[in-house]
Design a protein around this ligand. Structure first.
Ligand code: TUI
Length: 314
């Protein structure tokens, strides 16, 4: 059985987090993951605080287990959401796409466990110093906003830089990936793309279908020129964006081209204008199934691989 430091810290059964996917990870998906023994995480994305409050309350009606909220720090509503999570007393806050230092003292005072996503050793050390409970080391195989380093390279360096529990993310969708993460020193995993295929995930059916049909070279990274690289499926939108990016379109026009594209993918499944965020592991996500079954399957595949090799597996 896998039972690691992160399970004890958060009171969860399995060391499996569901990634905070903007517009996708709502209260229903988060509740299903938490009920399944992992940590369900509501994504704030670019949404205002009231939307997040509503999703937290939805999740609370569906589960008594701990839940998390992911705050995307580039959002214009980040400060608003930062306040809502303290008012609603969520157990865990994860952060992405930046440095959450400005909010840390308020969250700690509210008794929230803060688990930032870090993509560098420097941010890992800073977060350790200012009171994070654990860290998520997310490599560039992931979907959405990506850092420079791969999971294979990032995870052991973060583990060496901190005494906190480290959760590995990026490129993990099955028990083999989970076992590999543990061998790199992590004591938990976060999966996003795999949970996109969960039955409880209410993303547009065309989005799910694209994930289930993806092949190995199906994703690409755009957005480097404006400083916010994002991994998504290689669709007409992504190709056009890349063309504009390298063809010298002015920054404001490029910015406008990207605005609303994720919502069009998630809510309308719009193949031409939607931005379908997805990790490189999409090609290995092959069926729709309940979130609880995903968690069990990954854990049951990882356990025999780690027996005798990891202190967390007995
Ligand atoms: O944040 C994510 N994934 C995301 S965010 C998103 S929405 C978006 N909207 C506009 C532009 C870009 C994204 C879609 N997917 N994952 C967590 C993550 N955080 N990955 C990498 C990082 C990261 C990168 C640099 C965290 C901290 C960081 O350091 C910044 C600093 O100030 O040191």
């Amino acid at each position: 059985m896998i039972k690691s430091a992160i399970c004890d810290l958060l009171g969860i059964q399995y060391p499996v987090f569901q990634g905070g996917m903007a517009w996708i990870a709502d209260g229903r998906l988060a509740a299903a993951v938490s009920e399944g023994g992992g940590l369900g995480i509501i994504a704030a994305g670019n949404a205002p605080g009231d939307y997040v409050r509503e999703q937290i309350r939805t999740a609370r009606k569906m589960t008594d287990k701990p839940i998390g909220v992911n705050i995307m720090l580039l959002s214009p509503f980040a400060a608003d959401v930062a306040r809502v999570v303290t008012e609603e007393k969520v157990e865990v806050v994860t952060t992405g796409a930046g440095n959450p230092a400005a909010y840390m003292s308020a969250w700690l005072a509210a008794g929230i466990r803060v688990i930032p996503v870090v993509a560098s050793v420097a941010l890992a050390k800073l977060m350790t110093r200012i009171g994070a409970s654990a860290l998520i080391a997310e490599g560039g195989e992931s979907g959405g906003h990506v850092g420079e380093l791969t999971t294979m390279v990032l995870v052991p360096q973060i583990c060496d830089a901190t005494d906190l529990p480290v959760i590995a993310a990026g490129g993990i969708a099955d028990g083999r990936g989970a076992a590999a993460a543990f061998m790199l020193g992590a004591c938990g995993i976060q999966m996003g793309t795999r949970f996109l295929s969960a039955e409880e995930c209410t993303v547009h059916p065309a989005y799910k279908e694209k994930i289930l049909k993806a092949t190995d070279l199906c994703t690409m990274v755009t957005g480097r020129r404006l400083g916010h690289p994002v991994r998504s499926l290689r669709t007409p939108f992504a190709r056009n964006y890349a063309k504009a990016e390298y063809g010298g379109m002015p920054d404001e026009d490029l910015e406008a081209l990207g605005t609303g594209a994720l919502r069009l993918a998630v809510q309308e499944g719009d193949n031409e204008r939607g931005c379908f965020l997805a990790g490189q592991i999409a090609a290995m996500v092959r069926k729709e199934q309940p979130a609880a079954e995903i968690i069990r399957e990954v854990v049951e595949e990882a356990e025999p691989l780690l027996l005798g090799a990891s202190k967390w597996v007995k």
